[in-house]
Design a protein around this ligand. Structure first.
Ligand SMILES: Cc1cc2nc3c(=O)[nH]c(=O)nc-3n(C[C@H](O)[C@H](O)[C@H](O)COP(=O)(O)OP(=O)(O)OC[C@H]3O[C@@H](n4cnc5c(N)ncnc54)[C@H](O)[C@@H]3O)c2cc1C
Length: 404
């Protein structure tokens, strides 16, 4: 039997990679630092490209069953409370991309992936509560040192260990992630607790000076996901921490009454200091490579970080299956195949953050330009939703296109 492929991390990226590799016939050992495989209680938007990647993992139907299908993405001007523009997600979207736009509770997505991985119990072995601390490699193998002091040997290692990746420090060594100056407060409410004039079957994005808020239904409409993002001078890394309500109120001081009332309804916020990195061209070293946030962490404004991790997994497994005896070449080909796209998405997400938070005349110009858009014209999304490639030089960056 050949040596297994080791994976550090069992987030959406690590689980997807394990499934993709098992489907190609590889044996996999997954090491997860946390003692259980658990996602944060929050929502996840999955564009048609993500659904296509889930299809290649054999779980698209299961994802469809746990997801909610919003009717449109609606951009609202947060200070005035008026609609700026909308992108329809119904028939014209389906006709254009062949797959719907879906939103789901993260824990449910992770549950689907875990169940699929368990279906390959002859190939995938999980080791929980035992993270990867150090690694060494030679021409034939990789040896990792684990949290409990033991070691494991594999044919290769995939670092799917997220934003604060330790595997990355061995492969890229570019220090800590970049603190963006934006902070996210997240909450999930029972839908019947949400004020009726806010509850919607759309993904609503309220944009205002130095803040924006995204909300949508989850789980067949039972739950309502809210993400409030605003500028903050907090530079200490924070992840899934309790929130500071005074800071939130001050971040949304310019928002209209509807947004303020929604914020007031939430009892328990969790807080994230948002970080990303500049794209780097090389995230592979011999038999070790990175995947998902470990390779290309991005701001969440295109809602694509998890989708990119699933796409990475499908691409990596397919290339490894082509040259299983030459892992270093397969990893190099994977990095080359993915970099143009993932770097585009990283940079486009940053641009989207700037466009969302405009103030004064720039905000007025943005609103006028976007109001002229046709809700059924999906061309600015084609590179992201339809291709596996990068953003073409002059196309839009996301749902509502490039705004200058
Ligand atoms: C506010 C917000 C909203 C978002 N919304 C969306 C969205 O709508 N759509 C979308 O596609 N993306 C979205 N994203 C991005 C998405 O959450 C991430 O890109 C995605 O979760 C990355 O998955 P991952 O598996 O690469 O990393 P992670 O989910 O971070 O998983 C890494 C795993 O590795 C484990 N680990 C860490 N270190 C080690 C180690 N040394 N050894 C072993 N295990 C280790 C961790 O415990 C964790 O389980 C959003 C992000 C944020 C912050």
């Amino acid at each position: 039997m050949s040596a297994p492929i080791l994976i550090a991390g069992a987030g959406i990226g690590g689980l997807s990679a394990a499934i993709a590799l098992a489907r190609e016939g590889f044996d996999v050992k997954v090491f997860e630092r946390a003692s259980e495989i658990r996602e944060v209680g929050a929502g996840l938007q999955v564009g048609p490209n993500g659904i296509r990647a889930f299809e290649k993992l054999g779980v698209a139907q299961e994802i469809r069953e746990i997801a909610f299908r919003p009717e449109a993405i609606v951009l609202m001007d947060s200070p005035s409370g008026t609609e700026i523009c909308r992108q329809e997600l119904t028939q014209s979207f389906l006709d254009r991309f062949g797959h719907p736009y879906q939103v789901a509770f993260r824990a449910d997505v992770q549950g689907v992936l875990l169940e699929a991985a368990r279906g390959y119990s002859d190939r995938i072995e999980f080791h929980l509560g035992n993270g990867v601390r150090k690694l060494e490699q030679d021409q034939e193998r990789v040896v990792v040192q684990l949290d409990d002091g033991s070691s494991a040997t594999g044919a290769s290692l995939i670092g799917a260990d997220g934003l604060w990746s330790e595997v990355r420090s061995f492969v890229v060594g570019d220090g800590r992630p970049r603190v963006s100056g934006h902070i996210a407060y997240r909450a999930v409410l029972a839908a019947d607790q949400v004020p009726v004039d806010i509850l919607t079957d759309n993904v609503q994005v309220w944009v205002g000076p130095r803040h924006h808020l995204v909300c949508y239904k989850l789980r067949g409409g039972e739950l309502f996901n809210i993400v409030a993002i605003f500028h903050s001078s907090r530079y200490l890394e924070g992840w899934d921490k309790e929130a500071d309500l005074a800071e939130l109120r001050s971040g949304f001081a310019d928002a209209c009454d509807r947004v303020q009332r929604l914020l007031d309804h939430v009892q328990a916020w969790r807080m994230w200091v948002l970080c990303d990195r500049d794209p780097v061209q090389h995230w592979t070293e011999g038999r070790v490579t990175l995947l998902g946030d470990a390779a290309h962490p991005m701001l969440p404004y295109l809602a694509q970080g998890a989708c990119m991790a699933v796409e990475d997994s499908v691409c990596l497994a397919a290339l490894l299956a082509e040259t299983p005896a030459d892992i270093a070449s397969a990893f190099f080909a994977y990095e080359n195949a993915r970099f143009p796209r993932t770097s585009s998405v990283q940079l486009a997400a940053r641009e989207m953050g700037v466009a969302n938070h405009l103030d004064g005349e720039a905000r007025e110009r943005r609103n006028v330009a976007l109001a002229a858009r046709n809700p059924r014209d999906h061309e600015s999304n084609a590179w992201l939703f339809e291709t596996d490639g990068p953003r073409p030089a002059l196309s839009g960056q996301g749902f509502f296109g490039r705004v200058r």
